[in-house]
Design a protein around this ligand. Structure first.
Ligand code: 13P
Ligand code: SF4
Length: 379
């Protein structure tokens, strides 16, 4: 149905919230039809099904950033994900060379709900990282450290890595990025997710006693003594994902006891004690691939965000898929992106009055893109 055939655009979010999902879906479809290839909707695997149904591309953090980096002709990217993902899309879609090639036109990047943040990204502020770097310089030579930020971080942290010879990683390339980092320098400062950092370093045979945990709230050396810092090859920021931290080793033990031939498949944001006991660990796309490729009848207990596990259950009814935890582990901020916010932001975009624009300032973007491009080159 064309947009003109629908009732006129509502103005406030409560008006959209009052609409039935079927009405919202029809209006979203109408904007997509009207804008055609000028509009790209990106959706992370953790989004709810109703939202994913409208995405041009569904992916993990790496695939979505790569897709944003490759967009050169669209006018707008509406990002159904969280704030750091939209920032990354803005940085990559609006690299100065791309903007120049478009005659100065920027791609508008829109996050349908500005409150869709990431609690893990909020655990490392740029001031804390800069303080940590200065504090480390009192004990070790910081020119020996590659700073590595997980993509789940503010643009300012990516810029910090760009300026200091560092790099960005995602859960799908963390090992390749750490290898690259150690090829540059002998130590790594990894933020904000201690678990992805520890799980990846351990998989690369770095012993735990060559890692230390940096608590940004401690007054000196992140709560470590200087000897511990000196012998550390990996300095792990004390941050975590509040969703994946809820998976516990006792959940793995209980599953194995009840269903002896079950396969445990988890995301590497889970604590080390869970990853160590799992059969396989990897990014959201890795998890999807394992299930896709498995024969009918395979029994899985999956430790990642609930919406993805529920979708897999529906897509692969011939397999026996269970959620690893007995309690609900759901990303409340991803869930903020609903049909009402999506429709509200799309209709404003369609009438030339975009809302919720994400715009990283030029100086931050310049350095952040350096770190992001190093990551894209690693793959
Ligand atoms: P990936 O999709 O890259 O595995 O990321 C998981 C996640 O927690 C996103 O915030
Ligand atoms: Fe952040 Fe965890 Fe939600 Fe991913 S799942 S957006 S890491 S809080």
């Amino acid at each position: 149905m064309p947009l003109s055939a629908l009732p006129p655009i509502a103005t406030s979010l409560p008006d959209y919230r009052a609409m039935e999902d079927t009405v919202l879906a029809a209006r979203i479809g109408a904007v997509r039809q009207q804008m055609g290839p000028r509009l790209v909707i990106l959706g992370h695997h953790y989004q709810q099904d109703g939202v994913i149904a409208h995405a041009d591309l569904q992916g993990d953090s790496y695939q979505l950033s790569k897709s944003a980096a490759e967009r050169s002709t669209c006018e707008a990217i509406v990002f159904c994900g969280v704030h750091f993902m939209a920032e990354t899309a803005d940085i990559l879609a609006n690299r100065p060379d791309k903007v120049a090639a478009r005659g100065g036109r920027r791609v508008n990047v829109i996050l349908p709900d500005m409150a869709a943040g990431c609690s893990m990204a909020d655990m490392a502020a740029i001031e804390q990282v800069e303080d940590a770097w200065s504090d480390l310089a009192t004990t070790i030579d910081t020119s020996e450290i590659t700073p590595v930020t997980y993509i789940n971080s503010a643009a300012s942290l990516k810029a910090f890595c760009g300026k200091h010879g560092g790099i960005v990683c995602t859960s799908s390339n963390a090992e390749a990025v750490l290898k690259w980092s150690f090829a540059q320098r002998r130590r790594v400062l990894f933020f904000p997710d201690q678990h992805l950092g520890r799980n990846t370093a351990k998989r690369m045979s770095i012993p735990l006693n060559e890692m230390c945990l940096w608590n940004p709230h401690e007054p000196r050396l992140g709560g470590n003594d200087s000897k511990q810092v000196e012998k550390s090859r990996v300095i792990l920021w004390q941050g975590h994902c509040s969703v994946h931290a809820m998976f516990r080793p006792e959940h793995v033990a209980a599953m194995r006891q009840n269903i002896p031939d079950i396969k445990i498949l988890v995301h590497p944001e889970c604590p080390m004690e869970v990853v160590d006991q799992a059969d396989q660990a990897g990014s959201t796309s890795y998890i999807i691939r394992q299930v896709e490729q498995a024969p009918a009848g395979t029994k899985w207990a999956i430790g990642t965000e609930l919406h993805l596990v529920k979708r897999l259950e529906q897509l692969y009814p011939e397999q026996q898929i269970r959620f690893l935890s007995p309690v609900v582990c759901m990303c409340a901020t991803m869930y903020r992106i609903d049909l009402a916010h999506l429709c509200w932001s799309l209709e404003h975009l369609a009438i030339g009055k975009p809302v919720n624009l994400i715009r990283v300032d030029d100086e931050t973007a310049k350095w952040a893109v350096t770190a992001l491009e190093r990551m894209l080159a690693v793959g």
